[in-house]
Design a protein around this ligand. Structure first.
Ligand code: TGC
Ligand code: FAD
Length: 388
């Protein structure tokens, strides 16, 4: 039976014909090409269907909201719907697109030199080059301001040293955007694969985001030309502004994961007979389904409003924190509840719910943990910084 997306509040009516076409095209791709192979990749920890990268590029998914350089130039809502559909497939699929578009192409597009844009953006949009974003370190996740990776300049060459951990697509990236401390504050450097002293090793043993490559990056006196430094930014604001873009994609993506779990569990409860009646005819499952539908609807409305504000240029990063925090929390709780309602069936990979559930544990942690977004909102509301 084809997937049916819950839409109790007729959000469909709020979308333009172009936005619907984009959503339906990506939905079909996920249905026909991604879902048939995802379980196989999940069973192999740290494996992503790289054969689908050209198709993702053909659909205009990489840097879809950026203008020029072969990017699709979609509005923010269409871009969000793309992310919703990708994460309906798997968080690893949305992560691949978020990192490539929001964390690598966006900073090059916004802060790069003309030469950097010409060199990397068309190739990244076509999926001929893959990028990664190296901010987190073993001792500095939530607090990247403390990072130890250093860049020291001598003439026209910088020397980078340090370790980055938990880096999506690290070992397959052609270019790594590495954030490092300099005498003038934190700056971003485009480090090319194969640079001397630069190595990536995959991290194994993940219960979550298994259909995604996660790596550790080592820089040991790696020389990087001045021409590879992003010239348009200095300070933590640079990487944080990229995170705002990526968190936006997660606010929408989480809705997709929740829709997938809801669709699966609704069908299951209608068909599963317990005590001689369909599970869906009992009050307790109905209460859970009603709660899920309400939370999904609220999350959809939050994402849609956020997208319209982004298109109007009225987005503030605290709004994105609220949507990332809420929508991931809701999606994770829906996945946990749906897993329970599936009974024993819920623990096998024939059903997608538990895969989404364990993925969402990572999504709750990366791009700013749930607690960090709570504190960002707390600071915005009160004016008091409770981080340290
Ligand atoms: P703080 O004083 O808050 O900010 C320094 C400057 O930056 C500005 N700013 C932002 N600008 C744009 N977007 C944002 N989200 C911003 N947040 C802050 C701020 O206005 C200030 O500007 P200015 O002009 O005054 O200098 O800096 P802080 O050190 O107090 O930051 C605190 C905190 C905790 C909010 C920040 O460090 C933080 O967000 N930590 C979380 C780290 C994080 O999210 N890491 C994610 C790594 S990448 C990843 O996980 C990829 S997963 C793969 C995938 O996406 O699928
Ligand atoms: P910590 O910062 O050590 O936090 C541990 C706990 O303490 C959390 O519950 C947190 O909420 C809480 N905490 C922290 N500070 C406070 C505080 N001030 N007050 C109260 N509670 C607090 N990073 C990248 O740079 N690039 C990537 O591509 C990338 N991909 C990732 C992919 C995956 C699958 C995962 C799991 C992570 C990825 N990350 C990436 C890293 C991710 O961004 C970090 O894991 C995240 O920022 C949290 O950092 P941490 O794991 O060090 O947790």
């Amino acid at each position: 039976m084809p997937f049916e997306a819950l839409d109790l509040y007729r959000i469909e009516d709020e979308l333009s014909p172009e936005e619907r076409i984009v959503r339906d095209t990506v939905r079909e791709f996920v249905e026909k090409e991604f879902l048939p192979c995802v379980v196989e990749h999940v069973r192999q920890d740290g494996s992503f269907p790289l054969n689908l990268v050209p198709k993702l590029a053909e659909l205009g998914i990489f840097g879809a909201n950026l203008q020029g350089y072969g990017c699709a130039g979609m509005n923010a809502v269409a871009y969000g719907l793309v992310m919703q559909e990708l994460e309906r497939g798997d968080s690893g699929l949305r992560s691949f697109a978020s990192v490539q578009g929001a964390l690598v192409m966006y900073p090059i597009h916004s802060y790069g030199s003309d030469e950097q844009k010409q060199r990397w953006l068309p190739a990244l949009a076509r999926g001929e080059a893959i990028g990664c974003f190296g901010l987190t370190e073993p001792d500095f996740g939530s607090n990247p301001a403390g990072m130890r990776t250093k860049a020291v300049r001598k003439g026209e060459t910088w020397t980078l040293s340090g370790t980055k951990r938990w880096i999506t697509n690290g070992s397959i990236a052609d270019v790594a955007l590495i954030w490092a401390q300099t005498e003038e504050g934190i700056q971003g450097f485009l480090v090319e694969a194969g640079s001397p002293g630069f190595e990536a090793r995959d991290m194994k043993g993940k219960f979550s985001l298994r259909a995604s490559i996660t790596s550790e990056l080592y820089l040991d006196d790696t020389p990087v030309p001045e021409a590879n430094r992003l010239p348009g930014l200095k300070g933590l604001k640079g990487p944080l502004s990229c995170l705002t873009q990526a968190r936006y994609t997660i606010a929408w993506g989480a809705v997709g994961a929740a829709l997938a779990c809801f669709d699966e569990v609704l069908r299951y409860t209608r068909e599963r007979v317990v005590f001689e009646r369909p599970l869906a005819s009992f009050q307790i499952p109905q209460q859970k389904l009603a709660w899920m539908a309400t939370e999904i609807t609220k999350a959809q409305l939050l994402a849609l409003r956020l997208g319209r504000l982004k298109d109007e240029g009225k987005l503030h990063h605290a709004m994105v924190s609220m949507a990332k925090m809420n929508n991931v929390d809701v999606a994770l709780n829906i996945a946990r509840t749906a897993r329970d309602m599936l009974g024993a069936s819920g623990i096998v990979d024939e059903y997608c719910t538990m895969r989404h559930m364990v993925n969402l544990e990572s999504v709750r942690t990366y791009e700013g943990t749930h607690d960090i977004h709570t504190l960002i909102l707390g600071r915005e509301l009160t004016g008091f910084d409770a981080f340290s």
